[in-house]
Design a protein around this ligand. Structure first.
Ligand code: AR6
Length: 353
């Protein structure tokens, strides 16, 4: 997947380059800078001494030494002074300069921490937005896998309007459809003063099944048992195979007037996977990939379901990822990066590949 947000310690990332949130001296410090120097060993500091520092918004590169990555790109983020002192521009410049260096050194994968969002005080949600905007812009023109590495404890501080809306929607849909009458009966009995371990009839399977709504139509019409219609032969049926996922995808790309590259980039899918889908009509992508294309193509709900079905999947209210995507399609939010941010916060699988 070209852009991915992950929870990790950046010093463990096995990528071509990791980015360090350094200071202008480049001689080490606390936070992620301290962690990177500790993990890389003293030779990193020796090399940093030869670089004569680095200006805010710029970046310099060294080797990775004992780290699992080949390079460390050191960039200096702005100190947050309220937001009216060019902080955004400088932070954006950190990402641009670092990505330009990564490209110059032929890196195929790079991992960024949330620069400036620790000691330098940049609000985390805004820092993440700048990171995503700049990385997305870069990926429109370049092929690279870029990770934004968020320390686990920081993830909870990442806010966002869409996130709050989606959580409310999940609470409505998921909770009501996973209503368990058995548990409810126990709960109300407890409220009535009945013993918590009292015996209750477990609901019949059909009771609970009624609460589960799968909202994609079935891919095949249900077989009619005992039908008197003449039976088609298997050969006949096999000769009438529908348009495949890849064929429908390419047709939709044309109908929308998009180029292939614009579509797979919007879908956060890498070129190799797109070519696999394009060149092999029988190829079945993962559900995350199929959904990513539905979002990239800005398909309305019925067409999104149809595309998904071509890959052999359906949307289900039993699945939180699906509810998030459903909400976004229903509300016309086709910003895949934003959707992935919400999925990440909810600990769900992101879309794309
Ligand atoms: N992996 C991933 N993220 C991390 C890690 C880690 N190992 N450690 C911290 N973070 P900061 P800044 C997150 O303070 O704000 C240094 O002293 C952290 O939670 O490291 O740009 C330099 O020398 C936060 O979200 O960098 C400078 O003087 C983000 O990384 C100054 O701090 C950045 O936090 C730079 O401050």
């Amino acid at each position: 997947m070209p852009l991915e947000i992950v929870r990790n310690d950046i010093t463990r990332m096995e990528v071509d380059a990791i980015v360090n949130a350094a200071n202008e001296t480049l001689l080490g410090g606390g936070g992620v800078d301290g962690a990177i120097h500790r993990a890389a060993g003293p030779r990193l500091l020796e090399e940093c001494r030869t670089l004569n520092g680095c200006e805010t918004g710029q970046a310099k590169i060294t080797r990775g030494y004992n780290l699992p990555c080949q390079y460390v790109i050191h960039t200096v983020g702005p100190i947050w002074k309220g937001g009216a002192n060019g902080e955004r521009k400088l932070l954006a410049s950190c990402y641009r300069s670092s990505l330009a260096l990564a490209k110059e050194y032929h890196c195929e994968s790079v991992a960024f921490p949330l620069i400036s969002s620790g000691v330098y005080g940049y609000p985390k949600a805004e820092a993440l937005q700048v990171a995503m905007d700049e990385i997305t812009r870069f990926l429109l023109e370049n092929d690279m896998t870029v990770y934004i590495v968020v320390f686990t404890r920081d993830a909870v501080e990442l806010g966002g309007k869409l996130y709050k809306e989606v959580v409310a929607y999940i609470d409505d849909v998921y909770v009501s459809e996973h209503y368990d009458p058995y548990r409810e009966a126990r709960r109300s009995a407890r409220a009535d003063g009945a013993p918590a371990n009292g015996l209750f009839r477990r609901p019949h399977r059909e009771d609970t099944a009624r609460n589960e709504t799968i909202f994609a139509e079935s891919a095949m019409p249900a077989p009619v048992i005992g039908s008197t219609e003449p039976k088609a032969s298997l050969d006949d049926m096999l000769s009438q195979v529908d348009e495949s996922f890849g064929q429908m995808l390419l047709r939709k790309i044309d109908e929308k007037g998009l180029t292939d590259a614009a579509c797979y980039k919007r879908a956060n899918v890498d070129r190799r996977l797109f070519n696999k889908i394009k060149n092999n009509p029988a190829y079945r992508p993962s559900k995350q990939t199929a959904l990513a294309f539905a979002i990239a193509l800005e398909l309305p709900m019925n067409e999104a379901k149809e595309l998904l079905m071509k890959a052999g999947f359906a949307l289900s209210h039993s699945n939180k990822e699906d509810i998030v995507v459903e909400y976004c399609i229903m509300t016309g939010n086709y910003n895949l990066i934003e959707i992935n941010q919400v999925l990440f916060r909810l600990d769900l699988q992101p879309l794309g590949y």
